[in-house]
Design a binder for this molecule. Structure first.
Ligand code: NDP
Length: 338
């Protein structure tokens, strides 16, 4: 048995939290030999739901689950934590302006960043799920004085997985045969799902396979622009329309895969995650932007895969998404948060 890990989940009484906790406790995230201690952080209105989930966790008698604590104190929740999954966020209410949303979330992610800086373990790493995830991660990273900002990432793995799922359906192949899809930019409708470098297990490019199937490269390009990109970027709204509420299990699954790959090493090819830019691909330093990333599972976290080229159309889509991240950062700066 490996040593145990302490994992703090914020918004743990919410829907995504409920879909996360049992899989983490079952070993789906850190493996079958790694015991886990769970810290569930909630606001007072969410505490009973989190306590209920804790009772159910006890009733599962998971062999890997060492302890579950529910708290409303960020300092208690992050004290000694090694992994943070920051799910709780303020949803956009009716008539709420973007500045109000950013201010409300700054009031959540700023204090959490400070609590992390104060008490988290030296190797701590966090993934932000709560929206606007990229900018919430930026706020937390800035508030976590003394902690390297690269420890904070934001989730674009669900967008990545959605893109792979759409390609698998179009090509009538298993999702596992597709590698090297990329989500660039913000976790929002401006994201750029890019298949320019994507490949199949048989060595063909995804684009060639699409062109073969759709009757040529022009038809494949039209499908990418008219169907694929809007479908991936708008999938959240599609789920809400069909299911009657937002995606939950797929979001939790993506968060688990994000942390699993970061901690234990990514698999074939690369994946996508929003990480703090060091200027890669011309993205302003410090923005939390989605890139192609790999992890060796050596404690160093995700590294951006550099040197990939864009066609002019792809470059323009990426730049539009980065411009949105810049606008979010500037709006937060205007609030005096950064
Ligand atoms: P969910 O668990 O469904 O969602 C939580 C967050 O994840 C939301 O910000 C949501 O964004 C975001 N998210 C990111 N990607 C996705 C996706 N693909 N699909 C759906 N959501 C996604 O929300 P609940 O309201 O059920 O639960 C939130 C919990 O957080 C509540 O229990 C609340 O009490 C708690 N909370 C805790 C805080 C804390 O610990 N300090 C602070 C604030 C809230 P979006 O809103 O855009 O769907």
């Amino acid at each position: 048995m490996e040593r145990s890990s302490t994992i703090t989940i914020t918004g743990a009484g919410g829907q995504i939290g409920y879909a996360l906790l049992f899989r983490i406790a079952a070993g789906d995230m850190l493996g079958p030999d790694r015991p886990v201690r769970l810290r569930l952080l909630e606001i007072p209105q969410g505490v009973r739901a989190a306590e209920g989930a804790a009772l159910e966790l006890q009733d599962c008698a998971f062999p890997l689950l060492e302890s579950v604590d529910v708290t409303v104190s960020a300092e208690d929740a992050f004290d000694g934590a090694e992994i943070g999954m920051l799910v709780g966020a303020r949803p956009r209410g009716p008539g709420m302006e973007r500045a109000d949303l950013l201010a409300a979330n700054a009031g959540i992610f700023g204090p959490q960043g400070a609590a992390i800086a104060k008490g988290a373990a030296s190797g701590f790493r966090a993934v932000v799920v709560g929206n606007p995830a990229n900018t919430n991660a930026l706020i937390a990273a800035n508030a976590a004085e003394g902690m390297p900002e690269g420890r904070f990432t934001a989730l674009t793995r669900l967008d990545h997985n959605r893109a792979v799922g759409q390609l698998a359906e179009a090509l009538e192949i298993g999702a596992g045969a597709i590698a090297d899809v990329i989500i660039w930019g913000n976790h929002s409708a401006t994201q750029f799902p890019d298949i320019a470098h994507a490949q199949l297990a048989d060595g063909r490019t995804v684009f060639d396979a699409l062109a073969d199937r759709m009757g040529g490269p022009i038809a494949a390009l039209a499908w990418l622009d008219d169907v694929f990109i809007p479908r991936v970027a708008g999938r959240g709204a599609e789920i809400i329309e069909v299911r009657g509420s937002s995606s939950v299990a797929s979001a939790a699954n993506a968060a688990i895969e994000h942390v699993r790959d970061e901690q234990r090493g990514s698999r074939r090819g690369w994946t996508s995650a929003a990480v703090v830019s060091r200027g890669e691909y011309g993205v302003p330093e410090g923005l939390v932007c989605s890139f192609p990333v790999i992890s060796r599972g050596d404690g160093e976290g995700y590294r951006v895969v550099e040197g990939l080229d864009f066609d002019p159309r792809g470059r323009a889509l990426f730049e539009a998404s980065v411009a949105e991240l810049v606008a979010e950062r500037d709006a937060v700066r205007a609030l005096g948060v950064l």
